[in-house]
Design a protein around this ligand. Structure first.
Ligand code: 5GP
Ligand code: SF4
Ligand code: MG
Length: 465
């Protein structure tokens, strides 16, 4: 998901709408905005679909006045069951004795089921099926005297991955979990401030990127500036390495590094690790593009757009049902036949999950008359589900959970298939010595099976680590 908030500007909600539009790649099912204005109190709007189709109409934006607002773009992850209901769309809002507050959460709470059971037993009335709603109820139960105090107390009970943007009538609040699994950045706009999942959304509103919120940090922002504190027990950070590979936008800065350059580095590493003689390097658009450019630069094999993407389709993976996903690939991608015919083609993609995309693309490329098809993948085999806010299917559906690289190659019936090594990926994100096996610098659980936070809910449901 994507989260965004601003305080200290006129018509804050229009800035939030723009910010969410720049974060649309992080969630496309639905979006919501909450704002506050001294004359009108809190207001909210939640809608299915794209930001641009909802939060551009004057009719809606007029209902969201005020100098402070937060918003959320949603895609449902492992915990959620099936289709999103409008009541699952964030931000969530609560009234407390000291006033109202709204929260928007990116990540996944790994002990949400246990918390929910306990809260319901003690009288909480849940409105949604979302794990994030626990935070509001924990805040309601807290005896803390201010909303930031209550949030702090609530979040100390929550396990897993959370970047949170919250607001009261006057304060904008940002928090990252102690491992810093999901991103969150701080920006300055005029006399006001912004919090965003990614820097690309600061760019769109003309805000200056100030810094990242640190793992385990909570910032409380009001008229007099930014107060920072660290309410959790400090731990070595474990940022999601897959944000670098796929999830974040290539024009964002993560951990002081350009995502685009990191992806190009991944392509270079791949070319060093797994060279192959061929005529063309083609990306599987759009997520494979920077890595394909890196592969081409490193190998000297020409880069070409052998597959053309229809710009009006969303990301296939994020479509929640298998049937839609299956159609998705063909609706979205088409082979540039004139270019591909009689060529030996290297296809570069960011990841193989179920193998649906790769299989379809291989068929399309062979239909178009390619002589050879070689896959190069910009991440290690995805053999484990993510429980921290990226939607991967159950383990059984992951191709790499049951097959070796060679078996996957035969299964997909391609001339070769190579994934970047885990160490190669770490080198590409700037860890010259590769992965520190004792204490990995990132979360890489979907590749290694080493989960930095025990996925309590999933273990309870019979998941085996
Ligand atoms: P598959 O078709 O193998 O199931 O999925 C892999 C494709 O899904 C890749 O092309 C990748 O770009 C895309 N994708 C979209 N969202 C995600 C995500 O959240 N995780 C992963 N691993 N891949 C995703
Ligand atoms: Fe990121 Fe994978 Fe860890 Fe999930 S399991 S947080 S996708 S690295
Ligand atoms: Mg892709």
């Amino acid at each position: 998901c994507g989260i965004f908030g601003v305080v200290g500007v006129q018509d804050a909600s229009t800035f939030v709408a723009l910010g969410l539009h720049a974060l649309q790649h992080r969630g496309q099912e639905a979006g919501g905005i909450v704002s506050h204005d001294p004359d009108h109190g809190f207001n909210q709007a939640r809608r299915f679909g794209y930001v641009r189709d909802n939060f551009t109409s004057q009719k809606i934006m007029e209902t969201l006045p005020g100098p402070i607002a937060i918003g959320h773009v949603r895609y449902s992850t492992s915990g959620s069951k099936g289709q999103t209901a409008i009541r699952d769309v964030q931000p969530f809002f609560g009234e407390f004795s000291m006033g109202g507050a709204a929260i928007a959460h990116n990540g996944n709470i790994t002990n949400a089921n246990a918390l929910r059971r306990e809260l319901i037993e003690r009288g909480s009335i849940f409105q949604s099926s979302s794990d994030s709603e626990c935070i509001i109820h924990l805040m309601a139960r807290s005896m803390g005297r201010s909303i930031p105090d209550r949030m702090e107390e609530a979040l100390r009970k929550v396990e897993g991955a959370f970047s949170v943007v919250a607001m009261t009538r006057t304060k904008l609040i940002g928090v990252r979990d102690p491992l810093g699994v999901r991103p969150l950045v701080l920006g300055k706009i005029g006399d006001g401030w912004a919090l965003s999942s990614e820097t690309c959304a600061l760019d769109i509103i003309g805000a200056e990127f100030v810094r990242e919120i640190r793992p385990g940090e909570m910032v409380v922002i009001n008229g007099s500036g930014v107060q920072s504190h660290f309410p959790f027990r400090p731990q070595p950070s474990r940022f999601c390495i897959f944000e670098h590979v796929y999830f974040s936008r290539p024009d964002s800065i993560l951990g002081g590094r350009s995502v685009y350059e990191t992806r190009e580095n991944i392509g270079r590493e791949l070319a060093k690790e797994s060279p192959v003689d061929a005529d063309l390097v083609c990306p599987v658009p759009d997520s494979g593009t920077p890595a394909a450019i890196g592969y081409s630069l490193q190998s000297g094999i020409p880069y070409a757009m052998g597959i053309i993407r229809n710009q009006y389709m969303g990301r296939t993976f994020i479509e929640p049902t298998e049937q839609i996903r299956n159609m998705g690939v063909r609706l979205k991608l088409n082979v540039n036949r004139a270019l591909i015919k009689d060529k030996r083609v290297i296809l570069v993609d960011d990841s193989v999950v179920r193998g649906t995309t790769s299989r379809k693309i291989k068929e399309m490329i062979l239909d178009a008359g390619a002589r050879e098809v070689h896959f190069r993948i910009a991440s290690p085999p995805t053999a484990w589900p993510c429980f921290y806010g990226v939607d991967t299917p159950q383990r059984e559906k992951l191709l790499a959970a049951t097959m070796s690289e060679d078996e996957m190659c035969r299964h997909l019936a391609v001339d070769s298939l190579k994934f970047i090594s885990l160490d190669g990926l770490y080198r590409a994100v700037g860890e010259a010595q590769g992965r520190n096996a004792e204490c990995p610098q990132y979360c890489d659980a979907c590749f290694s099976g080493e989960y930095p936070v025990e996925p309590a809910d999933m273990l309870e449901q019979g998941f085996e680590m």
